[in-house]
Design a protein around this ligand. Structure first.
Ligand code: PGA
Length: 254
């Protein structure tokens, strides 16, 4: 049985003061929901403070990115060794980083290798762009992304994958649960090819892209979908708690 997994990606939102208020608004509600991994990914600058606020709760913490070197002359960058003291997870290869910061599968692969070495659990993001979907290339694109990202990785550990169709992110146009389930099934088969049945069956694979409290249930009802990476709706405390609550209930079969 895979434990469902819901992560909130706050992106470049919230000052430290706002982050503290947001944690305060959702902490109690999230903490009491059992049977689901709950992860908050605030901006770097708030990680230490949020780690302090979450101490002693069941809520986990993740970063939104990191550099692929452990240390050195990389002005403005943050290394896995700095993160591992503060958080358990790190989002890697998000489409916004691929789009605005030129991250390639090769860079994502380097980041994955160093994150795993440092003891962080990567949340690997991938997904097709609209023109790739319209050209019928979704399968080919996501297969190549997952193979590229996992290249040379002997043991992916507890790695989580987030399938996020680029055209669904921040647009209010979520993919359909059925279509996403099929693509996530394909990703799981690709992981089986690379790492065997046991690893693939144990790996959490999420859907991401315009998830809200109104559409989460459709995704969680799918057998291959283990959770969600939530952007915009994770900045609304009540809605995020609602998303986590529904997810836990559906996977428990309530
Ligand atoms: P969204 O973002 O929920 O705002 O579409 C999802 C993501 O980018 O992870």
């Amino acid at each position: 049985m895979r434990i469902p997994f819901i992560a909130g990606n706050w992106k470049m939102n919230t000052t430290s003061a706002e982050a503290s208020v947001l944690v305060g608004e959702m902490q109690e509600g999230l903490d009491r929901i059992e049977g689901v991994d709950k992860v908050l990914c605030p901006p770097f600058i708030s990680l230490a403070m949020v780690a302090e606020l979450l101490r002693g709760t069941s809520i986990k913490l993740g970063a939104q990115n990191m550099h692929f070197e452990e240390k050195g002359a990389y002005t403005g960058e943050v290394s896995p060794l700095m993160l591992v003291d503060l958080c358990q997870f790190v989002i890697l290869g998000h489409s916004e980083r691929r789009q605005y910061s030129g991250e390639t599968d090769q860079i994502v692969n380097r980041k994955l290798l160093v994150a795993l070495k440092a003891g962080l659990i990567p949340i690997l993001c991938l997904g097709e762009r609209i023109e790739e979907k319209e050209a019928g290339r979704t399968e080919e694109v996501v297969t190549s992304q997952v193979k590229g990202a996992l290249d040379g990785i002997k043991s992916p550990g507890e790695l989580v994958i987030a399938y996020e169709p680029v055209w669904a992110i921040g647009t209010g146009m979520a993919a359909t649960p059925l279509e996403s389930n099929a693509t996530i099934g394909l990703l799981r088969r690709t992981v089986t090819e690379l790492h065997g049945e046991e690893v693939a069956q144990g790996m959490r694979i999420l859907y991401g892209g315009s998830v809200t409290a109104s559409n989460i249930s459709g995704f969680m009802e799918q057998s291959e979908i283990d959770g969600a990476l939530v952007g915009g709706a994770s900045l609304k405390a009540q809605e995020f708690v609602d998303i986590v609550e529904q997810s836990a209930a559906i996977k428990k079969g309530e």
